[in-house]
Write a protein that binds this ligand. Structure first.
Ligand code: NAD
Length: 471
């Protein structure tokens, strides 16, 4: 809970705001808004010293209008039912915005992962998966978990392995979890997907001259100054892609401190330093900032909160100087702080669209696991031969010869990672145009977040209509 309004209430406030721009049946809207299922677990885990600890966990399935439901598993000490429900409902709207055919879900385990050994984390993850399976809250056609705050590939491989051993006659068992290592049915490009999606989404906005003009910014990413809060999976990859595209990442904040370099931090160096020292503080070619809060209040073009919810609140919103706030994390701006930013004409690119890269590539991974074939395996060589034939035709017409090196580069067929990036780029670009058009259609009263919710609600309503449940 934050102040008087809980996270789930904040999501519902956004829903209610959007509903005012629609004329759907209120009974149907009630059905869409409400969380369909929540399961609370409490299970024992043996620690390395032999003692037993009871761990609390939740899984919420917000909407079953499409199956399976889909959403990450979070390991954090402040996980609670309200947060899990809020994140599950955001997932339903997010999937609809980017046309991914899943309902929304979310899971959370209330632990501080830093307090546990690797073996203890494995026992917790496997036991949670076992409990999810017992309650029918996991399965390739039921509910498919993925990584989120505090979890990554390792946890997903334990989950997939546990599920597979419990369902060893299910040919599609590996499709019950996404975000797995490639060797265990994962897909190339899933680890970077959310950060890359954040980059693609911001790039779409920045390429729009009409949207940049009121912010006093030129189009394009190159030369823009960026501050990133949270240097985990999402924040690291987002920082990397911004930097590769010519933006200057001038500050990064982590839970234990923040660093800056007005000329732009070297993301690979900061990552290497963090791997060696377990902290970004004192990274080469950087200065430490007095506090982690100082970073997000810096003057910059793009602020990327990529840690947790409730980072920009009534307490600090007046000190936020960024022209664009790109919500890589879920729920980093409270509803009332969001209104302040809107009144000040700050462009907020909302979580419900911007961090959908993860679930989009999870969808590709799920499809790969169901089809049991790597993307590109069938067509790569075919494409290469076709391009070569085309290039030979060009040689014949122009009577000029390509070198073998040039032929090889020009005729290269797509690898799995290329196809994943292309699919993600297409998804983020198409969805951005859709939500931007909706915002323009409504006019000055709506921001991009409201436009996202309207687009999502319209699509879910259509889905219920097709089922014949509501006329
Ligand atoms: P992560 O655990 O990999 O990284 C989070 C990072 O934030 C960690 O390095 C942590 O130390 C840091 N952090 C924690 N508290 C902080 C604070 N007060 N100030 C600065 N840094 C702090 O998690 P992630 O997967 O990168 O997820 C980050 C956010 O993105 C979450 O809101 C999550 O729900 C959202 N998200 C993640 C994915 C995904 O695919 N991983 C997909 C969609 C949305």
């Amino acid at each position: 809970m934050t102040g008087k309004i809980s996270f789930a209430e904040q999501v519902n406030l956004n829903f209610d705001k959007a509903v005012r721009f629609t004329d759907h049946d209120p009974r149907l809207l009630d059905q869409i808004r409400v969380c369909n299922f929540v399961c609370r677990f409490a299970f024992p885990v043996q620690k390395d010293d032999g003692s037993i600890e009871v761990v609390e966990a939740w899984r919420a399935e917000h909407s079953n209008h499409k199956l399976p439901t889909k959403g990450g598993i979070r390991f954090a000490l402040d996980v609670n039912e309200d947060e899990v429900v809020a994140l599950a409902s955001l997932m339903s709207y997010k999937c609809a915005v980017v046309n991914v055919p899943f309902g929304g879900a979310k899971g959370g385990v209330r632990i501080d992962r830093r307090q546990y050994s690797k073996r203890e984390l494995e026992r917790i993850t496997r036991r949670f998966t076992y409990e999810l399976s017992r309650k029918n809250f996991i399965g390739p056609g039921i509910d498919v978990p993925a990584p989120d705050f505090g979890t990554g590939m390792k946890e997903m491989s334990w989950m997939a392995d546990t599920y597979q051993s419990l369902h060893n006659n299910d040919l599609n068992a590996l499709a019950a979890v996404t975000g797995k290592p490639v060797e265990l049915g994962g897909i190339r490009g899933r680890d970077e997907a959310t950060g890359l999606g954040v980059f693609y989404g911001v790039r779409e906005a920045c390429n729009n001259a009409e949207d940049m003009k009121p912010l006093g910014l030129d189009t394009g990413i190159e030369g823009k100054t960026v501050v990133v809060q949270g240097f985990g999976n999402v924040g690291f990859h987002a920082a990397r892609f911004f930097s590769e595209a010519g933006a200057k990442v001038i500050a990064i904040a982590e839970y234990d401190g923040a660093i800056t370099n007005p000329q732009g931090l070297d993301i690979a160096e900061v990552d290497e330093h963090r791997k060696q020292t377990k902290s970004i503080v004192d990274a080469p070619d950087s200065k430490n900032l007095p506090s982690k809060e100082a970073a997000i209040e810096m003057d910059c073009d793009i602020l990327v909160p990529a840690a947790l919810e409730n980072v920009i609140t009534d307490d600090n919103v007046d000190r936020i100087k960024a022209r664009i706030v790109a919500e890589a994390a879920n729920g980093p701006i409270t509803a009332s702080a969001n209104q302040h930013l809107f009144d000040r004409s700050v462009l907020v690119i909302p979580d419900v669209y911007l961090n959908a890269g993860g679930v989009t590539v999870s969808y590709f991974e799920w499809l790969k696991d169901l089809s049991h074939v790597r993307f590109g395996r069938l067509e790569k060589r075919f494409e290469e031969f076709a391009y070569r034939r085309l290039l030979k035709g060009v040689e014949n017409v122009t009577e000029r010869r390509f070198s073998e090196d040039m032929l090889r580069v020009l005729s290269e067929g797509a690898e799995e990672r290329d196809l994943v990036r292309s699919g993600l780029d297409e998804t983020m670009a198409t969805a951005y145009q859709e939500i931007r058009n909706k915002k323009c259609q409504i006019g000055g009263k709506a921001d991009l977040r409201t436009a996202c919710f309207i687009v999502a609600i319209d699509k879910i309503v259509l889905c219920y209509g097709d089922m014949g449940i509501f006329p």
